[in-house]
Design a protein around this ligand. Sequence first.
Ligand code: ZN
Length: 475
Amino acid sequence: MTGAAVVPPCAAAPALCYSDAMNEPSSAATTIPSLADDARRLCQALLRMDTTNPPGNERVCAEYLAESLAEVGYLPQLLEGAPNRTNLVVRHRGTGKLPPLLLTAHLDVVEADPTKWRRPPFSGDEFEGCLWGRGAIDMKNMAAMCTAIMRRLAITRTVLDRDIIFAAVADEEAGCDLGSRFLVEQHRSLVEAEYAIGEAGGFSLHLGDTTFYPVQVAEKGFCWIRARVTGEPGHGSLPRHDSAVTRLGEALAALGRTSLPVHPTSYMADFVDAVRARQPALLQPLVRLLGRPHLLARVARLVPGASIARSFSALLSNTAAATVVRAGNKTNVIPGLAEFEIDGRTLPGQTDDDLLRELRAVLGPDVELTVMKSAPPIVTEPVASPLFDLIKHEVEHREPGAVVVPYLIPGFTDAKYFTQTGARWYGFSPVKIDKGSGIKFADMFHGHDERIPVAGLAWGVEVLDAVVRGISTSR
Ligand SMILES: [Zn+2]
């Protein structure tokens, strides 16, 4: 994007940059808050800022974080691809013995209907042991944790062997164009790293008697498609069975009732193996079935809860959901054109052409398909790395019996763009959710009553801090 603005640092920023000049942190920062207290304070403040995308308005959050970082001596950069769509990038310089580590979080959130919430969605209220608000787990918690960790590094004058870069970005929820994509395309050198840690993973997933911590190592691609049906136009008083609208209806129904072919991936197989190895006998038949994807229809019936079944299905095949439908604009005219849009998602190993072929088999030659926008699946290969091992160690030694598992997600994240610099992506925004809390992580994502346990946030920032320091110290 051309004409991108660079916002001057906020007024509170000192003249020197801690990361480059190692100037004194201001006196305001000399009392050192605990990581947990700092993360909680920052998270609560962020939750009180409405960054619903659209329109986003991430600037208010980015400026707030910039002030918090400037207070301890950093000179963060604020970069905009469009007015008020602000990204923040800050760097803590290391010795350079190892390449940089990138920490990322997006600052925008999806909409929230306050009438469906028990606490107002932009209240940041602390209630029932949780901080409430849209973005509490997706993912202002991560922005708060990363900021607290960066602040701690500056206050304690820690020198690591890597530069630690923190990028808080705009626009993830609407496709990343003004956020991670803008940074990678316009300011690449600021965010180049060996590893990137961001969305999605690191939360407690209770299955049977075992707590799993999925870490995203792969995400599906997206392929947004326009499907078009043409036919003879005519007068509404003379209906015809083969009109574009009727055939569009048939195509929609066919797509809605079909499951696309199953394509097992190593990511799903590894996840299922890890779950299978630790499940009590009661769950073994179900988990065994999950390992045999051709029995998917039975799995979907057996899995408790339609949303879990849908999630499993989405991880075993390409998917295609009709979302936008258009035809006609006058009640008495049969239109000659009817169209709908398909949100298609491709598994690792699959291409746009593979998905189009599968869709043609369902919709027939009559429906013309055009790709509007697409991005390929992302995979971190091989999954194993010193960073993954460290994440595993830091989680499992804090929570004996818990198991860190690599995970494929059906949606997309900023990994789509940040990995274009060559970074290896691990989705790890750690938060501990107790089994008896009644909070299901998956339901929080874009759901009503999004909230984060205060204790879970404290646990998360300690784990993440240990990971950041551990992977940035050469042995
Ligand atoms: Zn998110």
